[in-house]
Design a protein around this ligand. Structure first.
Ligand SMILES: NC(=O)c1ccc[n+]([C@@H]2O[C@H](COP(=O)([O-])OP(=O)(O)OC[C@H]3O[C@@H](n4cnc5c(N)ncnc54)[C@H](OP(=O)(O)O)[C@@H]3O)[C@@H](O)[C@H]2O)c1
Length: 251
């Protein structure tokens, strides 16, 4: 896949993996549109690069999504690569009584928002040459992590949506799914786990996109790829939840 001279929309481009993708793809002579709820974070990503443009958009708001897409049209941006990357995580116990407002927010931000944005962009994408949708999922959507029940549920839904999308768009739009490992971003800032840097994760995503991969497994997420092929779902759930990422200082 050619990743130069494209117009790339990256959701959640204000921090973490999205920020690194924005900067690396800007260096490859692409026009980058980034969105998120905090304009300040987006502008930090864009600082020093005339190729990166910031748009405030809360993906849980249908109005925000529609306004952002109208602004792209007004600004003359024709997106040919959508990288659906934004997400939130919450650590929770279902036994303790789930915070239903927070649960709904997670599903809206991680699942329904990305679905609405993607569906509203299909016609624009179809009108471009080699249109591509990249969905950043998580191994937690394949082997759910019991301490992130709503995050895992949202990512499992996103995985199902990605498979259906690829099936229906096969002739028209390339659909790529990314499974990052544990990465050093604000999402996991409180965890003392060993993490890959966001820059390295983004570098590998870009490399595999250029190679034309349909599913991109990075670092320890490759273990999930293997385990889900050899273990029945119940056993996979046990193995995943008995394992926890090594902490800094552990071998
Ligand atoms: N870090 C990891 O270990 C890891 C592992 C597996 C998968 N992933 C996946 O990688 C992707 C990137 O995560 P990250 O680690 O880079 O985390 P991050 O730094 O927290 O980035 C998430 C971004 O999403 C944006 N966002 C959150 N809610 C939003 C909403 N309602 N509307 C618009 N934007 C919203 C945030 O910006 P605002 O707060 O400004 O809106 C933020 O910039 C996510 O899909 C995550 O699930 C991460």
């Amino acid at each position: 896949m050619n990743l130069s001279g494209r117009t790339v929309l990256i959701t959640g481009g204000g921090t973490g993996i999205g920020r690194s993708l924005a900067r690396q793809l800007a260096e490859k002579n692409n026009t980058i549109l980034i969105c998120g709820r905090r304009l300040g974070a987006l502008e930090e990503t864009a600082a020093g690069s005339s190729a990166i443009h910031s748009y405030r958009c809360d993906l849980t708001s249908s109005d925000d999504i529609q306004q952002m897409l109208a602004t792209f049209e007004r600004d003359g941006h024709h997106v040919d690569v959508l990288i659906s990357n934004a997400a939130i995580v919450g650590f929770d116990s279902l036994a303790g009584g789930l915070n239903l407002d927070a649960a709904k927010m997670t599903i809206d931000a991680n699942l329904f928002g990305p679905i609405e944005l993607t569906q509203r962009m299909l016609d624009t994408l179809r009108a471009q040459a080699d249109p591509t949708i990249v969905i950043v999922g998580s191994p937690a959507g394949l082997g759910p992590l019991a301490n992130t029940p709503m995050y895992s549920t949202s990512k499992a839904g996103l995985h199902a949506y990605t498979l259906c999308l690829r099936y229906h768009l096969e002739e028209d739009i390339r659909v790529v799914e990314v499974f990052p490992p544990t990465v050093d971003t604000p999402m996991l800032s409180e965890k003392n786990w060993k993490k890959m840097s966001a820059e390295e994760c983004a570098r590998r995503i870009v490399r595999e996109l250029e190679r034309g991969q349909e599913q991109i497994w990075i670092g320890e997420s490759r273990m999930f790829r293997f385990l889900r092929l050899v273990l029945p779902p119940g056993r996979l759930f046990r193995v995943v939840n008995d394992w926890s990422p090594p902490e800094v200082g552990q071998r």
